[in-house]
Design a protein around this ligand. Sequence first.
Ligand code: SAH
Length: 244
Amino acid sequence: MTNSLPIVAETWQQTLNWQPNPQQQLKFQQLYELILEGNRQLNLTRITDPQEFWEKHLWDSLRGIVLQGKFIPSLETGASVIDIGTGAGFPGIPVAIVAPNCTITLLDSTRKKITFIDTILTRLALGNAKTLLGRAEEIGQQQHRQIYDIALIRAVGTASACAEYALPLVKQGGLAVIYRGTWTKEETKSLQNAVNQLGGVIECIEQFTTPLSNSIRHCLYLRKVATTPTNFPRAVGVPTQKPL
Ligand code: SAH
């Protein structure tokens, strides 16, 4: 007997001004079951309780694509999106479920995670998502440079490393979304310096509390306003070893 995710249409509506249709609700439940199953072989996530999974994986993934009360507009019309360091598929898979007009690339440097996600995409029939095995530092110097409307990045490294992975991949005018837990004004100052060098600006920082456990979260929205200089991203490992 598998646990069921909570069905909380009202909470979705109040917090994101949106709610899943029955087909999306079913895909969330199937995704949850596939992750529980995959967890028996791979160490994918320690979040397995249904309420916690709903909050920390589904709700949190989707909260990041809400900016000033509504989904980022280009998601409705069909943006190209990359999720950098997607792990077990977060935030990218929930985004693919709610934004059928978008194409979502799920990037990770670990082959076994990418193989697992491939089976999820097949089982959920998510034709708008595809996987990519590689490192952000490498693909950002190659054919993936400056081609995405939106880059999402959660739990991959320090904010400045995340900015260096994400901004080179985004088109001019596009958006990078960095998911964080806590965040301080001092951190904004040092991130500002990194973002400037990468051709971006910090457009907005949203603070919110999660609906079930009332934990504090932040999302940083970086707008790309100029071409990223060709020396970024630096070689593999450098963004974390020598942060901007
Ligand atoms: N985003 C997911 C997983 C976070 S764990 C979540 O929030 O649940 C971090 C993941 O990033 C790991 O799967 C790791 O393999 C991947 N990763 C770390 N550095 C990377 C890099 N430079 N390029 C691509 N993937 C990277």
